[in-house]
Design a protein around this ligand. Sequence first.
Ligand SMILES: [Zn+2]
Length: 384
Amino acid sequence: MLAITHADLIMLDQRIPDAVLFIDDGRIKGWGEHWNTEVPKDCEVIDAGGLYVGPGFVDIHCHASNGVRFKHDPTVSVPNTLKHGTTTLLPTLAYADTKEFYLYAIKMLMDFSKTPEGANIGGIYMEGPYLNAGFGSNKAKTAALPWTTGIRKEDYQDLIDLLGDFVRVWAVAPEREGILEFVKDAKKGNPNVRFAVGHSEATPEQIEALIPYGLCIGTHHTNATGTIVKYPECRGVCVDECVNYNSNIYAELIVDKRGIHVDPYMLRLVRKIKGDERIILITDGSYNPGPTPPGYEGVDDIWFDNEGEIGGTKLTSDLVCRNMMKHTGAGFPEAFRMASYNPATAVGFTDRGEIAVGKRADLVMIDDKVNVQAVFLNGKLQKS
Ligand SMILES: [Zn+2]
């Protein structure tokens, strides 16, 4: 058995400032306060020295890390997420790839997840292929992309078959013609799969029609989400309003240092509307080495593509957590709920995401500025 002593435990609804945490066989065995807990003589002991110990981060929406996309090479990029405390990662595939490339990348990531370096991979998040990325300024740019015409079983069924239960989330644009048939078939392929609404300009009615099939996530809420103008000068209702309105839908938030993806005021507003129980912090880590466009000088945690548009982040989950605390005043238990418990729960992991007896001992040890000092995966201290 392993005992982590002098730990400041970050629990779901509590913070225990001087605790002992017991780990056995990769699981959390128990915990107690220092003043009334005895550590058995035969226990291996790691002294946390007063550092915070929380559940490892669960990043469900991330395309790349360390400047490399997972679909191109996961060998360094995936371990880099673990180094930053992400003990469960859903490598995310976006909407611009061909069927042949999807099939290659999915198989490659499935194989990699079975190797020691891929041990923190928990499945795949499919951000596509059936989105509506062509609205607004993106219209011309996305016209040439695959998957933008009809939705056909002969195109998508191979993806569903290969993915099996490895797919945790499919993001869809509910306004796409034929989406319901796809959703039904995807659910047949994996009855536990979740759907997200993303890159969409659907009406609330179109989105709500998919809730009975498992739509429960709003993809990067308030960022690259559509708007509808029904009557000039009157605010329409679209994806953001629907995600805000339906209390069971989780809102993903990209939280960068300056609040560019989501303005700090919007972060606080979403916290107020959704509550800490329905927010998922994501990195949307990516790689797009374009030049920094005017107005963004000094921005060091966001990628820009060659057209000068935002193209994902350089963030890791530790930084997202810190940024959320900074922008909204959330404390450690709240930030960890949004970065660990909520994402785990939203995509169906019941064995992780919190420090509780019987859960996987996926842990991150951090200082008060959320600098990662140590990571445990399945109870094992990882080499840094
Ligand atoms: Zn996206």
